[in-house]
Design a protein around this ligand. Structure first.
Ligand SMILES: [Mn+2]
Length: 315
């Protein structure tokens, strides 16, 4: 029996399910969890969705269908069947890791190449553009009705993890067509999820871009461009507004690797990395305790940006 069939079987037998997203939640992890939650809820399953960490849910994600199924982290019951969605490792569950570990049937659904599996049932497909695609397979196996609400949640993961379909595989375009046929407002959700910022975002971006440094000798001479967003911006306009800076920095063709350092509190950083072609970021992220995909990865650290940049230069 394949992993997808096993996940379907587990879900069919569970009277109650806890679904968990990763910390610093994005549209793929939340959309995947809510799509699955909606389908289970309609089938009479007692379902709760937990979002770990201190970061508030970005406004746009709170408007997805099914967001009412999100339960504040302290109120999560923790069912015997637990599912981690889009989490490359158990660490990504942050303060809800105990909820996952306490389950008796722990399911991992993910598409990160760095994910070695940390559940009793691991459904991990690094060839999938997003976790939402894998959830769609599960929903089809489960016999769920992929109506406009479920489709909207899946589309949210698909459109964001493919960078508005820039690097989408043929199969992902086919899935997009199916979701749009189900009634998803594609242009509307794309604007909401990817092209909407608060006014203060412009000043933050100006500040971040002014900080940009090019290090041609880094990554074996393939080059690094990096920028920093300091912690004061988090309080001013919200943590999620800094997530888009990497999409500007990574357009610089002078370097193979683009990195954005985002300070969540003084000296505490989360790092987003992108590579254009030759550099495999998975080992780089793993060396710093993180994970991801060959061309998109990340990690967190406490300390000085200069030290981390120095490690890239000797890499
Ligand atoms: Mn994802």
């Amino acid at each position: 029996m394949g992993s997808c069939d096993r996940v379907v079987e587990v879900l069919r037998e569970a009277p109650a399910v806890t679904l968990l997203t990763h910390v610093r939640p994005d549209a793929d992890t939340v959309g995947s969890a809510l799509a699955l939650a909606l389908a289970l809820d309609r089938s009479g399953v007692d379902v709760e969705v937990g979002v770990p960490g201190p970061m508030p849910l970005p406004d746009a994600l709170g408007r997805l269908p099914g967001a009412k199924l999100i339960v504040p982290a302290p109120e999560i019951v923790g069912n015997r069947t637990v599912v981690a969605l889009d989490c490359a490792s158990a660490e990504r569950l942050d303060d809800l890791r105990d909820v996952f570990d306490s389950g008796t049937t722990r399911v991992v659904i993910d598409h990160h190449a760095s994910n070695v599996g940390f559940g009793d049932v691991d459904l991990i497909d690094p060839d999938a553009d997003c976790t939402a695609e894998i959830v769609l397979q599960v929903l089809d196996g489960y016999g769920a009705d992929v109506d406009v609400d479920v489709a909207t949640c899946l589309y949210a993961g698909l459109v964001t993890d493919t960078g508005s379909f820039r690097w989408a595989r043929p199969g992902s375009h086919a899935i997009a067509a199916r979701l749009l046929d189900a009634g998803v407002d594609g242009p509307g959700w794309t604007r909401t999820l990817l092209d909407t910022h608060r006014f203060g975002w412009l000043a933050m971006v100006a500040d971040a871009l002014r900080s940009a440094v090019l290090v041609p000798e880094a990554f074996g001479g393939n080059g690094l461009v990096y920028a920093c967003v300091d912690h004061t911006w988090r309080d001013a306009i919200g943590w999620d507004e800094a997530e888009s800076v990497i999409d500007l920095v990574r357009t610089i063709g002078d370097a193979d690797v683009a990195v954005v350092f985002k300070e969540s509190a003084p000296g505490r950083w989360t790092v987003s990395m992108r590579s254009r072609s030759v550099t495999d970021l998975v080992p780089v992220a793993r060396a710093h305790g993180g994970g991801g995909h060959p061309h998109a990865a990340g990690f967190g650290f406490t300390g000085s940006v200069d030290e981390v940049v120095a490690s890239f230069t000797t890499a």
